[in-house]
Design a protein around this ligand. Structure first.
Ligand code: ADE
Ligand code: ZN
Length: 343
């Protein structure tokens, strides 16, 4: 029993649901149209003849296939205006999906290693965030370390971020997971924590449950990004559930990167059934075929998620966010009001 008269009714309920997005790589919101426009603006050559050719190249067998194209796409981002336009376009899409709060990842090493200054990147992104805040969309910024690079490189990136620490809520860990366990970054995460940053890490996307345990025990993260493979370890599931650890789950990403063979096999329903604090997010929407509402609709349709499950996912997005308590309560009250108004 879905509680919805039709898929269209469920999509409308999702569209109106107040929500936060907690797992979004701003560089992963680079749509092919903007890729072309920025390539032209900056005189950067790209190996695609058309927007259609770009979209056709977005077939991935695993995470690394995607990352190779994702880092290539970043080459068109060069100026403060480019980073502003990229972030502004994402924020407009988020607002259209009734997202009330966003926590945005950025990958400074993907830019500094190409000669683009840290300051150029963050100045452009924060200018877009400030404009969105004036319209009522709040945000936090999460600096991700690229885990295929060394810990020393991550340390240098943290140093470069310090003049901007008032604008950065958390540090995270992304890129190629297998072979780069969280423990590789133990010292830089300890330093980030001592500096007052919140901590998150991608874990259990392709990596084993032991990587999720390391993220908890060695890095001391406040959230796990993805976490799918934690389900292979019942003791770990019990621990994540009892501690209320937030998982930022990304259904269309999981499908496109072959973390699941079929969306019908997605673990989101099982996660909720086992008491995990799962949320729904878009990860890299320009590459994976949809922003946050599209992720909700796709997974809710195939898993037949009812109103209660969708409301739980929306509540979880604010419970897991790095918000002040009064802000969190205000958003949770908006969800209760939406429940009453639509029930
Ligand atoms: N960087 C951008 N998207 C990512 C993902 N899904 N996993 C790891 N690193 C990423
Ligand atoms: Zn991600």
């Amino acid at each position: 029993m879905t509680g919805f008269a039709s898929p269209a009714a469920r999509a409308a309920f999702i569209a109106g649901l107040p929500k936060a997005e907690l797992h979004l790589h701003v560089e992963g919101s680079l749509e092919p149209e903007m890729l072309f426009a920025l390539a032209q603006r900056n005189g950067v050559a790209i190996p695609f003849a058309s927007v259609e050719a770009v979209r056709a190249a977005y077939e991935f067998g695993n995470l690394q296939d995607f990352l190779d194209i994702y880092y290539q796409g970043m080459a068109v981002l060069r100026t403060e205006a480019d980073f502003h336009d990229l972030a502004a376009a994402y924020l407009a899409r988020a607002e259209a999906d009734n997202v009330r709060h966003v926590e945005i990842f950025f990958d400074p090493q993907g830019h500094t290693e190409r000669g683009v200054a840290f300051e150029t990147v963050i100045a452009g992104i924060t200018r877009a965030l400030d404009a969105a805040a004036a319209r009522g969309l709040s945000s936090r910024l999460i600096l991700c370390f690229l885990r295929h690079l060394s810990e020393a490189d991550a340390e240098a990136t943290l140093d470069a971020a310090l003049p901007w620490r008032h604008r950065i809520a958390a540090v995270g860990l992304d890129s190629s997971e297998l072979g780069h366990p969280p423990a590789k970054f133990a010292r830089v995460f300890a330093r980030a924590r001592s500096l007052g940053f919140k901590l998150v890490a991608h874990a259990g996307e392709e990596g084993p449950p032991a990587y999720v345990e390391e993220a908890l025990d060695i890095l001391g993260v406040d959230r796990i990004d993805h976490g799918n493979r934690a389900l292979e370890d019942p003791a770990l599931v019990a621990r994540l559930a009892s501690s209320g650890m937030c998982l930022t789950v990304c259904p269309l990403s999981n499908l496109k990167l072959c973390v699941v063979d079929d969306l019908a096999a997605h673990p989101l329903r099982a996660m909720l059934a086992q008491g995990l604090m799962a949320t729904v997010n878009s990860d890299d929407p320009a590459y994976f075929g949809g922003y946050v509402n599209a992720n909700f609709v796709a997974v809710a349709d195939v898993l037949d998620l009812d109103r209660a499950a969708l409301l739980t996912l929306a509540r979880n997005s604010f419970r897991g966010a790095f918000l002040a308590e009064d802000e969190r309560e205000r958003h949770l009250a908006a969800i209760e009001a939406y429940d009453r108004a639509t029930g």
